[in-house]
Design a protein around this ligand. Sequence first.
Ligand SMILES: Nc1nc2c(ncn2[C@@H]2O[C@H](COP(=O)(O)OP(=O)(O)OP(=O)(O)O)[C@@H](O)[C@H]2O)c(=O)[nH]1
Ligand SMILES: [Mg+2]
Length: 553
Amino acid sequence: MTSSQNEMRVVLIGRTGNGKSSTGNSLLHSRSAFHATQSGQSITKDCKPGRYQHTDTYGQQKTLTVVDTPGFFDTNTAITNEAVEKKIASQIFEMTTPGVHAFLIITRVGRFTPEEKNTVDFIRHIFGPDAIKYCIVVITGEDQLEEGQNLDEFINTSPALRDLVQACGNRRFGINNKLSGQPLERKTNQLIEIIDRMIKNNNGNYYTNDEYQRIERKRQEEKRKKEEDERRQKKAEEDAVIARTRQEERRRAEEKMRKVQEEERKKAEEKMRKVQEEERKNAEEKMRKIREEEQQKAEQRERELRRELDSARQCQRRNNYDDDNNINSMIRGLQSSGLGCGIPSMNGSMGMPFSPMSSGMEMPFQTMGSGGSRIGSAHGGRFTGEFMATRGAANGRPIYEGSRGGQYHMTSGDQFYSIHGILGYHDDGCVRVDENSIPRGIVNHRALRHLEIECVNSIDLFEFLESLLRCVPGLQQLQVTICPIEGFQISFHNIARLLQNYVSSLNYFHCKIPITNVYPCAIDQILHGSIHSIHLLFANVEMNNEYIIISSA
Ligand SMILES: Nc1nc2c(ncn2[C@@H]2O[C@H](COP(=O)(O)OP(=O)(O)OP(=O)(O)O)[C@@H](O)[C@H]2O)c(=O)[nH]1
Ligand SMILES: [Mg+2]
């Protein structure tokens, strides 16, 4: 097999203690690559390779591999049986494959034994007959040659050694491993040159045989398998990296897509929100403008009406209230203006839940007349009261005088009850219905459903109704006739709330105010102070020459 120019593999073989390890260290320029010591037994137990980067005299570099081996021909150890021999051989093959450039047979000055001649046979036996062409006899202990004796003279002193050297093609070399530094380096360089020459003589080949071939094939196969495994592993790793990269890219793309979608969704939401906000603002602005316009119109109308009323008052003052026709004509003027008759509810959608007039139902009440009339309902009744309250003060305390009480007439079946004195004055000056003053056992006033009240002089309608309605929680229909005096003020807004709060069952309300008792200022209060707040139970405001009628239908 052609030798590689930059490799040299050398095997040291010889008897125990001959200096194999020492020679190996010299070749490797080391003192400790192999363990070398003076001992009767083999120190080296297993083959061991050592490497050194050798530079020859031409500056060419080569890797020198030196394989140290256990001692041969030792009675105690070493190569004494087939098993150990095979083990050593196998290790040498492993460490020097694909072949050996040189077998160095290590012998020693003064210690050569005839058995060592068998080393050649051992080499032939292990490596084959041609291995001898690659053997060199290296004699250690050159420093121990007798004075004046050269290496060949020493060789010639032993026929067995001479035979060994001859068997090895007279290739021999003497070395003193005790040298150091340059002298030792010169020696090792000379030995390597001898090996080089031997290789050349062997046509530049290292020694190989079937076993080496087999091992080499096996090694190549293992190398190929290893490379294949590595290639497969590398491919698997690359595939894994690609898969991870793809997965990562997919994840990034999904993340990007998700972000884009999220952003688009937010943008759309923001856009929608802005549009809705804009629409809301526009609608609010529109509503505000409409309200403003309506407000302005109402204010304008109110100013006009006030002007008209002022002029009417002035006119009346001038006539010292003598000319009722003027007032009536003013009222008619108001009626024709739309305020006095059928003023629509402020909230157009609020229709009356109960509207006997419009629905054609029979009115449960009869129109109030003097003395009243009986009511057909079993739980209907009629209340009339005459109150004349004068208010004064004595010692800082209020004094109330005047006629007290009133009458309550009620039908129950065929009976007609008259109840007197159910109204009373109170310290705070209000006229209230006193529930305790209603004679018990005569009538279950809490069961009243229909009630008519007529007050011939001014009372605080709100206070009066509040106290009355506490006594009649089941009331469904209420008719009130009052006669306000000049300056009398009625807050129909408050009364409406009162009726709705206290008598949830109330579905009909009828309030009649004789016009003859109402002075313009009272009309003013009724129409302008409260009428705008009226709703539901005050859906209708009617006015004729005799009455202002406010009712729920
Ligand atoms: N004076 C002298 N002593 C040497 C020389 N070479 C080796 N020795 C000594 O010989 C003894 C044995 O040397 P090793 O190198 O251990 O011999 P070995 O062949 O490896 O022995 P095993 O490993 O037991 O087989 C050591 O004490 C070395 O110092 C030499 O050239 N001159
Ligand atoms: Mg040794």
